[in-house]
Design a protein around this ligand. Structure first.
Ligand code: PDD
Length: 290
């Protein structure tokens, strides 16, 4: 494997790349991250991901160690050099090492920044064709879910609930409203209208979420961005999850019950999903052709 890691300004092999145990990312989860999909060596929505990285850094009061142009250069170089055509590029910036363990920030911060490429594993066709199963849970995360921080323990526990139940994702509700999935954005389709929860401090502003809403607008699919209740989610005609690595997938059972009230729904992906999936692939192909 020839994967390269870019650590604090140096290109290294994964074996050479080392971070201190005193790094605040390790001890406190004090850092932020991004996951950028790369198709045919072309990063998808790179500037949007890097802008969100900046928002996350601002949200945790950490100066960006690199300018936008520098980040674009690093990601472009890595996506050109990594051995896979389709990749998932991971960026992480932490508040770096400290001399003694202390919750308060060090006076002199030396951030740790890392970029690495992994092969992109898009979901198998069977998940798209047959749909996936999800469970639901109370959203137990903190109140700044709009920041893409590496403190992901609650998300990990919530995702593990799905895995333990033989499912793919956990759909989260807070105070009777849909927020998102443990590592995805969630959409509801009801009576032909696509419903998207409002982006606020309780959910991540998903890059794929934006693409889906743009495609809905472009193709004249009725859509509303508004609070979506748990009851609406449970009585949805269709339920989708989306993210940079999963693209868009139909959820066909929630807590063991078939999603969809239309005739013959019986837990199969819906017609609006089929359209959106096709629009998404078509859009990707145009972007990739440049
Ligand atoms: N996660 N919400 C949460 C909590 C997420 O972790 C993610 C993605 C999304 C979707 O965001 P986007 O469309 O920008 O990928 C929403 C990434 C893929 C991860 O943590 O690996």
């Amino acid at each position: 494997m020839t994967a390269h890691v870019f650590l604090n300004g140096q290109w290294l092999s994964p074996d050479e790349a080392r971070v201190s145990v005193m790094d605040r990312g390790f001890l406190f989860g004090d850092g932020v991250y991004e996951v950028i999909p790369v198709y045919s060596r072309r990063p998808f929505r790179l500037e949007q991901h890097l802008r969100r990285l900046q928002t996350s850094l601002d949200g945790i009061q950490l100066a960006n160690p690199h300018g936008m142009k520098e980040w674009i250069g690093f990601v472009t170089q890595l996506s050109a050099e990594a051995e896979w055509e389709d990749q998932s590029i991971y960026i992480q910036v932490t508040r770096g090492p400290m001399a003694l363990r202390n919750h308060a920030f060090p006076t002199q911060v030396t951030p740790t920044s890392v970029i690495l490429a992994e092969p992109m594993n898009t979901p198998p066709a069977s998940q798209r064709e047959q749909g996936i199963a999800a469970v639901s849970a109370a959203d137990i995360r903190w109140l700044r879910c709009d920041l893409k921080t590496t403190s992901l323990l609650a998300n990990c526990l919530l995702r593990q609930m799905a895995v333990a139940a033989g499912c793919i994702e956990t759909v989260l509700f807070r105070d009777g409203f849909l927020t998102e999935g443990s590592a995805s954005s969630i959409f509801v389709v009801k009576d032909g209208v696509l419903l998207a929860p409002i982006q606020n401090h309780l959910m991540l502003p998903g890059i794929t979420y934006d693409v889906i809403l743009e495609l809905a607008a472009r193709h004249g699919l009725p859509h509303q961005v508004r609070d979506v209740t748990e009851a609406e989610t449970r009585s949805a005609d269709e339920l989708w999850m989306c993210s940079s690595t999963k693209e868009v997938l139909p959820i066909v059972t929630l807590d063991g019950r078939a999603v969809g009230s239309r005739v013959g729904a019986d837990g199969t992906p819906g017609p609006v999903f089929a359209k959106m999936y096709a629009w998404y692939q078509e859009f990707k192909a145009t972007v990739m052709r440049g």
